[in-house]
Design a protein around this ligand. Sequence first.
Ligand code: S3P
Length: 170
Amino acid sequence: MLLALTGFMGSGKTSVGRIVADALGCPFLDLDALIEKASERSIPEIFAADGEEGFRKLEARQLRSTVDKYAASTAVLSLGGGTVTVPGAIPLLQEKTLCIYLKATPESLAGHLEGNSSNRPLLQEGKLIENIRERLSGREKLYRDAAHIILETDGLSPEEIADEIIIDCL
Ligand code: S3P
C-alpha cells in the first residue's frame, strides 16, 4: 500500500511521513525532493525560471511516475501542498493510494510556517495568515476530495500524528 499524505504547507507532511516510514520500515518519498532531484534545481529556482505553471507540470509528471512505481509496494509519499490542484491528481490518489489529509487551522499552519517560509515561493507575498486563509479556502475541498481519511492535527506533535496514522488508519 502506498500511503500518501496531503495537506497545506506547514501541516507536517514531511516530518510525519518520515516518522511513519521509519516505523513501518519502508521507503519514504517526498514529492518536492523528487522534483528537485529530477530537475537538478531547487523549488524556488523552478518557480523563478518557469513560474507556478512550469512547476505544476513537473509536479504532475513526478506524481504520476512515483505513484506508478510504488502503488504496488509499501511506501510513504509526502505530497506538496498544491499537488491536489494538478489535473488528474485527485482520481490518481483516490484509486492508487491510501490518502490522508493532515487538516490544520490557518492559525496553526501560520505558527509552523512563521520564520520558515523562505523556501516556499507562494508564501512570499502579503501577510502570511491572510495568504494561508485565502489559499486554504480555495483548496480545502480538493484535499477532502483526494483523501480517504481526514486527520485533525491541531495541537498534535508530528510523533502524535504519526501514532494516530499507524494505530487508527493502517
Ligand atoms: C506548494 C507547496 C510546497 C511546494 C511548492 C508549492 C503549494 O510543498 O510543493 O512550494 O502550492 O502549496 P510543501 O507543502 O511541502 O511546503
